[in-house]
Design a protein around this ligand. Structure first.
Ligand code: NAP
Length: 251
């Protein structure tokens, strides 16, 4: 049986990843601050939601210690962890940022995925096949003025995946995957940034007005297809835009 743990299922890309998994009859344990009422109503048997602020690393550590994650994956022979929840803020040049906003971004974008990955790998020691996907960003690999915190946090995920892949943990496949530019609340936030805080804003406005943004539904499906494909984990860093449409895995 496959089981999946997912963060940030309440909207955007995470909602689509959750829907794709649930529609394939894969039970999902999902963490975000808000619930996803639509998916909860459609998949009452398969979706289990946990309300958690992932910037609160002490609360996350306490939740992990309580053993819910370990009990959830205990009967799975294939387990998935998708670290999707992410924060763009604070946007603006270094020296102008709110200290707590930096801490929240590092908490959600880096500490939570690393803590969840560690707990997930420990809890799935008996799993023949366990897969971790960090949702990275093009901003991990290309620097943008005004996104120094976001760029640094996403680059941290890339490097975590590279190092963890070298450790050759039995049955573990791990990768950090940039999804492309996706039409979600986060992109609306990008376009709402003041130009002096984010000088590349016009490029993202143009992508939206030209209809060049990927849909969350399509991106979520492609991310899950890649995660379940036979080639998943062959490279520790990938960009969904560079991948051929992957074939569905046997399971
Ligand atoms: P989004 O629409 O803003 O959704 C963000 C998700 O993260 C929500 O489900 C949100 O849930 C969750 N989240 C945020 N803060 C949280 C917190 N403190 N605790 C728990 N959950 C939290 O963003 P998105 O565009 O779907 O982005 C999903 C991922 O893709 C992110 O990692 C993002 O960096 C990455 N990405 C997006 C794009 C893009 O173009 N959209 C491009 C590259 C990478 P709650 O608010 O309910 O907590």
């Amino acid at each position: 049986m496959i089981k999946a743990l997912l963060t940030g299922h309440s909207r955007g890309l995470g909602a689509s990843v959750a829907e794709t998994l649930l529609a394939r009859d894969i039970p999902v344990l999902a963490l975000a601050r808000s619930p996803n009422a639509e998916l909860a109503a459609r998949f009452p048997r398969l979706l289990r939601e946990v309300s958690l602020d992932l910037s609160d690393t002490a609360a996350l550590a306490a939740w992990l210690a309580a053993g819910t994650l370990a009990r959830f994956v205990a009967d799975a022979d294939h387990s998935l962890l998708i670290n999707n929840a992410g924060l763009l803020q604070p946007v603006g040049p270094v020296g102008t940022q709110d200290a707590l906003a930096i801490a929240r971004a590092v908490g959600v974008n880096v500490a939570a995925p690393l803590m969840l990955t560690n707990a997930f790998v420990a809890a799935t020691a008996g799993c023949a096949d366990r897969r971790v996907l960090h949702v990275s960003s093009g901003a991990a690999r290309k620097a943008y003025a005004g996104w120094n915190v976001y760029c640094a946090t996403k680059a941290a995920l890339d490097h975590h995946a590279r190092a963890a892949a070298l450790e050759e943990v039995a049955g573990l496949r791990i990768a950090s995957v940039a999804p492309g530019v996706v039409d979600t609340d986060m992109q609306a936030e990008v376009r709402a940034s003041p130009l002096d805080a984010f000088p590349s804003r016009r490029r993202f406005e143009a992508l939206k007005s030209e209809g060049a943004l990927a849909s969350p539904a399509d991106t979520g499906r492609r991310l899950v297809d890649y995660l379940l494909s036979d080639s998943y984990g062959d490279v520790a860093e990938a960009d969904l835009r560079d991948l051929p449409a992957p074939g569905r895995a046997a399971h």
